[in-house]
Structures are given as C-alpha cells and as structure tokens.
Ligand binder design. Structure first.
Ligand code: SF4
Length: 191
C-alpha cells in the first residue's frame, strides 16, 4: 500500500462522528473556504498537520477493529487528497469488515464529475456531501447544514442509525487533555 495523508487529528474511538464507535480521522488541508466553517485550523495544507502513511492508518484501524464499527474521514477536505483516500478506503474494505463514512465539502455532482474524487468515495458506505452553509446550520446529525446531502452508497447505514449519534462528545486523554468533537462542537467537529 502506498501513499500518505496529511492529518490534522485522529481519535481511535469516537461516538459523535457516525454510528457506533468509530476511528475518526480529520485530514489537514481544505481550500473550499465555506463562510462560518468552525474548523479553520484544518484549512492550511502547508507546514501544518502530520503526514501518516496509508499503511500506518490502516494498521491503526486494524488495531481497533474489534472495538469499533467503522472509520469516519472528515476534515479539512478528504477529497483534496483523493489518491491516498482511495487507497485507504480500498485497504480498509479488503483488510477489515469496518464501515466507512466520508464527510466532504464537495457536492455529489462535483464528485461524480471528477474521476479522482469519484475513485476516492468508491469504497465508502456513506458520503455526506456539500459545502457548509451557515444560514442552514444544523449542529446535529452528520450534516453541519441542511443543504448537505446524505449519499447512501451501500445498505450498511440508514437514517435510523444516525439518530443515536450524539451532537457533542468530550473525550479525556490519558494525559488529561480534553477533546471536544461532534457537529455541535467548535474545533474538530466540522467537515
Ligand atoms: S466546512 Fe468543511 S469543506 Fe467547508 S471550509 Fe470547512 S473544512 Fe472545508
């Protein structure tokens, strides 16, 4: 497996980023500039973030696979690193039984008209697609705003699976560090 992803943060197990407990990966870098984005720290793609190989991320997911339902890729903008996302998604499906959700600022037509973006979502079970719009803010579910669309690509997830996803989650690290995530959270809750 080749390739690497520029990463903002990884949480091995989160409940606020999709059904069940999920390894959640925030990629670093987004040029879409949605007004009101509540995750601006993820926008720069130069001199920020950690570069992780696809193999490292797959090994991390495999290490958690007995404790998690799946993986969520968010950001930042996952589809601005489409080759590595495609490689990660294909490896995840080949090596584990985990589900995959991708949160992206690109709309479904923008994805379907671009071969690299379409390849990146080929192995996703659910894509949440579209720009964040502040005037349509939701702060719940997996859509930051009501214009964003759920693109159900397999039968693995349904609307009902999202009803129990909390809007906010506070995680306490081994060193006492607090991480707040979820659609109602400032910081690493956005995509
Ligand atoms: S909401 Fe998502 S797509 Fe929009 S600027 Fe923020 S990180 Fe980028």
């Amino acid at each position: 497996m080749t390739g690497s992803l520029l990463i903002h943060a990884v949480i091995p197990r989160s409940r606020a980023n999709g059904p069940g407990e999920r390894m959640t990966v925030w990629v670093q870098g987004c040029s879409l500039a949605c007004a009101g984005c509540f995750n601006p720290d993820t926008h720069p793609d130069g001199g920020r973030g950690d570069r992780r190989t696809v193999d490292e991320l797959l090994a991390a997911a495999e290490a958690e696979q007995d404790r998690i339902e799946g993986v969520t890729l968010t950001g930042g903008e996952p589809l601005q690193q489409p080759g590595a996302v495609a490689a990660f998604a294909a490896g995840l499906k080949r090596r584990t039984g985990l589900g995959l959700i991708i949160l992206t600022g690109y709309s479904r037509p923008e994805i379907e008209s671009d071969p690299a973006r379409l390849s990146a979502v080929a192995d996703a079970d659910l894509v949440v697609a579209g720009r964040y719009q502040r005037r349509a803010h939701l702060g719940g579910g997996l859509r930051g705003s009501s214009n964003k669309a759920y693109w159900w690509r397999t039968g693995r997830y349904r609307h009902i699976d999202l009803e129990s996803v909390p809007d906010l989650e506070v995680l306490v690290g081994a060193d006492g560090t607090l991480t707040i995530t979820g659609m109602a959270a400032p910081g690493i809750g956005a995509a």
